[in-house]
Design a protein around this ligand. Structure first.
Ligand SMILES: Cc1ncc(COP(=O)(O)O)c(C=O)c1O
Length: 374
């Protein structure tokens, strides 16, 4: 049986006529940089998320950088975040010459543990960056309360969670600034690099728009140090063609996740979505003790899996100057040894899900089906 992890090819075939027409409209106008499709996409993203400003940009990493630059983060500042995330979350803090301060995660949601944040705050702390990992927002009520108490800003790294909700609001609304990525394999992806920044704050929005284009306030006049951070018009056109299908895709991803959860009967710990939140299921991630065995076994059966993330950021060489050591952030370290993400896309069918679950449920040693959850 052929199983694709993200199945971007099938998705393209389904929406081909819309996507091709949208790309050709740009080619026929040659409006490659900041064409009207970019503006139209920003208006539609703003409507979709309910966020006042949606500002597209070059990728999810630059979206974080734009947020940090808009907040005027300085070299001595400290920013609290999670070590169990893609490197961009902390890399961008370090790019600003500020200091990432890592706080451990909750073992069930994989998101930053709000209960541990206060102990990490110093008089240099300027902001908190929770990541909505695998598609589910962190405990934003608790995080906002801490941020308000200590006068800190909140930037949500929503690279994996475009459209997810917390108490009914999309996570683009939950921080002072939120970001996302349109990397091809993200829940809403384009066909190259892309990203966006969201805010309800007019001043941030105005500044981010300038920083995105070299800090320009009028032609050849520059108010801020900025960057070349625009989204290509062709990528905007692709996203415009895909966005109308996104709600339906999210429903399908939810069904796939529920089917996995109903059908997997092994010792694996299943992912948990908290009651007041929704996930866009960027990943369906199990925790298992024998992770590498399971990965190999599934690979032999033609089932692709991924490990997000095999080494938490506090133990990465690039952050060795921060002087963390093994054992400092135990939940993150344990998760990095146990996580395994299963194929996830809106087009997985019942046969494929049954086949994946069946192969997980086969007991490793005895090759018999595990029928009861242990
Ligand atoms: C949590 C997180 N933050 C940031 C990024 C960076 O996004 P991009 O690859 O678009 O730069 C990613 C992408 O993988 C991510 O997963």
């Amino acid at each position: 049986m052929k199983i694709d992890f993200a199945n971007l090819q099938l998705q393209y075939q389904k929406y081909k006529s819309d996507i091709d027409a949208s790309i050709h409209a740009v080619l026929n106008k040659s409006n490659y940089i900041m064409g009207e499709e970019v503006k139209q996409l920003e208006a539609e993203l703003s409507t979709f998320t309910g966020t006042k400003h949606a500002i597209t940009c070059s990728n999810g990493t630059d979206a974080l950088l734009l947020a940090l630059m808009a907040m005027d983060i300085q070299p001595s500042d400290e920013i609290i975040t999670t070590p169990f995330t893609f490197v961009s979350t902390a890399e961008t803090i370090a790019s600003m010459k500020a200091k990432p301060v890592f706080v451990d995660i909750e073992s069930d949601t994989f998101n930053i543990d709000a209960n541990l944040i206060e102990a990490a705050i110093t008089d240099k702390t300027k902001a908190i960056i929770p990541v909505s990992l695998f598609g589910q927002p962190a405990d934003m009520e608790a995080i906002k309360a801490i941020a308000d108490k200590y006068n800190l800003k909140v930037i949500i790294d929503g690279a994996q969670s475009f459209g997810s909700t917390y108490n009914g609001k999309t996570d683009s609304n939950l921080g002072d600034i939120s970001t996302t990525s349109f990397f091809p394999s993200k829940p809403l992806g384009c066909y190259g690099d892309g990203g966006a920044v969201f805010t309800n704050n007019d001043e941030y929005a105005e500044k981010i728009k300038m920083i995105r284009v070299h800090g320009k306030n009028k032609r050849y006049h520059y108010k801020y140090i900025g960057m070349g951070g625009r989204l290509d018009t062709i990528q905007a056109a692709i996203l415009l063609a895909k966005l109308p299908h996104y709600k339906k895709e999210l429903e399908e991803r939810e069904k796939v996740a529920n089917s996995y959860s109903n059908k997997i009967k092994s010792n694996a710990t299943l992912p948990i979505i908290k009651l007041n939140r929704s996930s866009v299921w960027a990943q369906y991630t199990l925790k298992v003790k024998n992770r590498d065995d399971l990965k190999n076994k599934l690979q032999e059966k033609g089932i692709p899996t991924s490990i997000y993330y095999p080494l938490p950021l506090h133990l990465q060489k690039c952050f060795k100057n921060l002087k963390y050591k093994s054992g400092d952030l135990p939940n993150s370290e344990k998760a990095s040894k146990e996580v395994i993400s299963l194929p996830m896309n809106a087009f997985l069918n019942k046969k494929q899900i049954d086949y994946i679950a069946l192969n997980i449920n086969i007991d490793e040693e005895n090759e018999i089906l595990v029928v009861e959850k242990k």
